[in-house]
Design a protein around this ligand. Structure first.
Ligand SMILES: [Zn+2]
Length: 149
């Protein structure tokens, strides 16, 4: 899991701070998405200005049951020198979230058989590092195939 210090080193102090509620939510097992308090629309990634109305104030809404559909993806076969090296091959995906009108990035550890429009759901590891039944062995939040509702 990315901590705040690593995030700000990667993204820069101001931009990294925009992501704190997102990563803090993931650490608690929640997917939080920013909502503009002026127009009520969600956006991702977090920004300091609303892309819809140029508002500056945001609240964070938690997705009740994070599910979505696969918009597109790419498969990473070589992640040499990174913490993701042992996970390869895996997919980095763009997922259309069902509950809120946003697309967000996600890790899919088992990229075989992916199809555009496939139903996926977000899985969180438990606080003690155990992985929920039916998911892969990845110890971080990730997306898996889901049966459509
Ligand atoms: Zn707005």
């Amino acid at each position: 899991m990315i901590d705040s210090q690593e995030l700000e080193q990667t993204l820069g102090a101001g931009f990294g701070a925009l992501f704190h509620p997102y990563f803090d939510g993931l650490a608690r097992g929640q997917l939080a998405i920013p909502r503009c308090t002026a127009c009520g629309r969600h956006q991702f990634p977090p920004r300091s200005v609303c892309v819809h109305c140029r508002g500056h104030d945001f609240a964070w809404d938690v997705a009740d049951d994070p599910r979505g559909t696969l918009f597109t993806w790419t498969v990473v076969h070589h992640a040499k020198g990174t913490e993701f090296e042992a996970l390869a091959p895996y997919a980095v995906a763009l997922i259309s979230l069902a509950q809120f009108d946003v697309r967000l990035y996600g890790l899919i550890p088992e990229p075989e058989g992916l199809e555009v429009g496939a139903s996926v759901r977000l899985v969180f590891p438990s606080p003690d590092g155990e992985v929920p039944a039916g998911s892969s062995t990845v110890g971080r939040p990730h997306w898996v195939h889901a049966n459509p509702d």
